[in-house]
Design a protein. Sequence first.
Length: 353
Amino acid sequence: MSDYSAMTPEEVRTLRDQLDAQGKKLVFTNGCFDLLHAGHVRYLNEARELGDAMVVALNSDASVRELKGPSRPINHEQDRAEVMAALRAVDAVVIFGDKRATSLIETIRPHIYAKGGDYTVDSLNPEERAALESVGAAVRILPLVPGRSTTQTLQRMTGEGAGDQLRIGVLGSGEGSNFRAILDAISSGALKAEISVAISDQADSRFLQIAREAGISAQHVDGGENPRRFSDAAQKEIAEHLQRARVDLVVLIGFMRILKEPTLTIYQDRIVNVHPSLLPKFKGANAPQLAIEAGESETGCTVHLVTAEIDAGRILAQARVPIQSGDTPDSLHARIKKEEHKLLPQVLAEWKK
Ligand code: GAR
């Protein structure tokens, strides 16, 4: 029998008042935590650093079922509370039965409210946000730990997706709209694959941010001085990231450096690129602008295999996009991207491992 019993909200409030009297701060966070993993532990350690003591509110079994479906929670509330309370970062645990933590926040009146990074202040539940504002709690969103999530842990445990699932490594430098389209195709079930790693030469790119938000391993590789080329060390690092992530297929999406050895040989015929023109026309950078300048009436996008010669590997699929009078490179590129967002996931869905 467990000798641990969770605190009541009133007991936590007493703890909060004691801290307050000493000028100390109570951190509050809440969640299901039904399969504790290293991502949780790191998040909780960081959250605890924000104040002097921390209370974790655990969703009761009934509320986890309501939030996550009938197969959850994995572990029952008493066990979850006991494991949670054993963590160094955690001073108190409460169990709550509502889907929202609103009334708990009102009772406990925490000084600081911490939440994992798949939220923004704006995406917090409006009720919870109002309760936090009314008790004067400071809201702190902490970054997610890449590659650590309950879903991924469960997939590994159940073998779901193991073996037959296509593992994709993506490389990009910019906005990541194609990356998002791939993730959407995976979520909708149209593409049976997983993104095992996302690599970028741009540390602050939206591309890497998307990966982090999705809990995907996000790797920045410093490419060196020349913006179009990659140092040999960086080339090697890319191959290492891809191999470490056991990638089957490499997808370049707006990756503005030239990919070279050793990746080209290791992943021969297993690297695809999306390019905003009907190749072989308009290779290289600024393809939409070149198409307009050439007076073309249509252009499009191409998904092709990557070889040492730029934008010259075997063409896998193309989609056409008419050029309209008054098109600017940006307006045209935006319409081309819409086609890319359909074409690229289709090609990946047909890829045979
Ligand atoms: C895409 O349009 C892709 O075709 C292009 O960069 C864009 C990336 O957009 N690639 C090239 O021009 C490569 N020569 P995204 O970051 O929004 O997916």
